[in-house]
Design a protein around this ligand. Structure first.
Ligand SMILES: N[C@@H](CCC(=O)N[C@@H](CS)C(=O)NCC(=O)O)C(=O)O
Length: 214
């Protein structure tokens, strides 16, 4: 199989890429890189030589390899354009990328594993304080996402077809639920999540449906 995805079942960023691959109908092989404490395979030389950033996901397509989920999504869109996950107009594409970046750049990095480990290990915060931090950044980001998504019609964030925005939102919703962040203030996001998760491309990408899920 030409496409390989270096991934961890619980990785939010890898989940985005799985969604894009599934939505485009692309077959791929999952190569597990465990982030589990005590394993930390992403920090070992073998993986580091492939991806010096020591983060998952990393995508290989034949001889070509690239990390960073947003770069991977853009690569897939340019290389396998159908079905499109970006709209046809420059304005709409910018809107989709803006929404996606608000999740990938303004929510997720603050709640990433290494940040949480730093909070607990170096700054000695309690589990409760860690969870408050986690929920805070999701809540802040989702407030804006809810307003943007409510301004659009259709079952997906930006209308009648799935886009990068849905591939970025749904994993973050999964995380919010995992950390028991209340979602009552985000009815539009919850409705989009319900619609998406009823579809096989989204079901197949769920963390619990990954081969390395423990
Ligand atoms: N900006 C990166 C973020 C990648 C990332 O943070 N991956 C997480 C899993 S979701 C990871 O590998 N964490 C390992 C760590 O924090 O040490 C992307 O979008 O791909």
């Amino acid at each position: 199989m030409a496409i390989k995805l270096y991934s961890y079942w619980r990785s939010t960023a890898a989940y985005r890429v799985r969604l894009a691959l599934n939505l485009k109908g692309l077959e791929f092989e999952t190569i597990s890189v465990s982030l589990a404490p005590g394993k930390s395979e992403h920090r070992q030389d073998d993986y580091r030589s492939r991806n010096p950033q020591m983060l998952v996901p990393f995508l290989e397509d034949g001889e070509f390899g690239v990390g960073q989920s947003q770069a991977i999504l853009e690569y897939l869109e340019e290389t396998y354009p159908e079905p499109a996950l970006l709209p046809s107009s420059a304005e709409q594409r910018a809107a989709v990328r803006s929404f996606s970046s608000s999740i990938c750049c303004d929510i997720h990095p603050l709640n990433n594993l290494r940040v949480l480990l730093y909070l607990q290990g170096e700054l000695d915060v309690t589990d409760e304080q860690r969870d408050t931090w986690y929920a805070h950044w999701i809540y802040e980001g989702f407030r804006a996402a809810e307003i943007t998504a409510t301004a659009c019609d259709g079952p997906f964030v930006f209308g009648e077809s799935a886009s990068f925005a849905d591939a970025c939102l749904i994993p973050q919703m999964y995380n919010a639920r995992r950390f028991k962040v209340p979602l009552d203030d985000f009815p539009r996001l919850v409705a989009i999540e319900k619609h998406c998760n009823a579809r096989p491309e989204f079901q197949d990408a769920l963390p619990e449906n990954q081969p390395d899920c423990v």
